[in-house]
Design a protein around this ligand. Structure first.
Ligand code: ATP
Length: 236
């Protein structure tokens, strides 16, 4: 059984249909990327997995539980954590305070402390900046903080929306490396990326989403060489 499974999912914003019979699976331990142009439905797919949007038909399962009529906090409690596009760092709070907010649903304080220690080991730059205000960090550092904050919640699966947005190529490579490290430490990852080239370097599999449905699926190493992907998403 897949960790996350969409089966023939339709989602509407009022009269606008954003997902049209979308199906996908993410297996435990994978990094899977969702590729596609603006407006294809990638962000809506993550919002639906987070139960911020509920489908009008079809089913969404996380770890064997149907979440298609669920509430966002139930999904977070089940270990599916969403890092939204734009990072949403609290700019006047310190790095440390931003991280602690990731643990607001975790009752066990010792667990939060041990996850904090782990995040500071994985992302030492956050420890160096722990007293600094979030708003004073660079874009790349803010992305690392958003990822670190999500890790404090103890995700079984992490969903990242456009983590490379607005970052220089060297920083994008660092973010992708961190995503790969997180997976190696046992967290499954679903990644939305416009930067298909950077994403396919670290992912196991990818789906192309077009007009609200998945139209291509494959192993990343095959997709990198697929002329349809090269023409549409990898450019010259
Ligand atoms: P982007 O990279 O631009 O975020 P995307 O692939 O993530 O693109 P979505 O944001 O999921 O695409 O949008 C899918 C479709 O749903 C688009 O046609 C979009 O215009 C529409 N849509 C998204 N959000 C809303 C909303 N809040 N209200 C109405 N329509 C929306």
């Amino acid at each position: 059984m897949a960790m996350l499974e969409f089966d023939d999912v339709d989602v509407f914003y009022g009269k606008v249909q954003a997902l049209r019979g979308l199906s996908l699976q993410v297996e435990e331990g994978e990094i899977v990327a969702l590729l596609g142009n603006n407006g294809a439905g990638k962000t809506t797919t993550l919002s639906t997995a987070s139960a911020l949007m509920n489908p009008s038909s079809g089913s969404v399962q996380f770890n064997g539980t149907d979440i298609s009529k669920g509430k966002p906090w139930d999904v977070v409690g089940a270990g599916l954590i969403h890092v939204p596009e734009g990072r949403r760092i609290f700019s006047t709070l310190s790095v440390h305070e931003n991280l602690l907010l990731g643990g607001y649903l975790v009752k066990n304080r010792a667990l939060v402390a041990s996850r904090l220690k782990h995040v500071y080991e994985l992302l030492p730059l956050l420890e160096q900046r722990r007293s600094q205000q979030g708003g004073t960090l660079s874009g790349g550092e803010q992305q690392m903080l958003a990822i670190g904050r999500a890790l404090i919640a103890g995700p079984k699966m992490l969903m990242l929306d456009e983590p490379s947005m607005g970052l220089a190529p060297l920083i994008v490579a660092q973010v992708m490396q961190v995503i790969s490290d997180i997976r190696d430490q046992g967290t499954t990852v679903l990644l939305v990326e416009q930067n298909a080239r950077a994403a396919l370097k670290v992912t196991d599999r990818a789906y192309v989403i077009e007009e609200g449905a998945t139209t291509l699926e494959g192993r990343a190493k095959d997709m990198i060489a697929d002329p349809r992907i090269i023409d549409a998403y990898l450019g010259a």
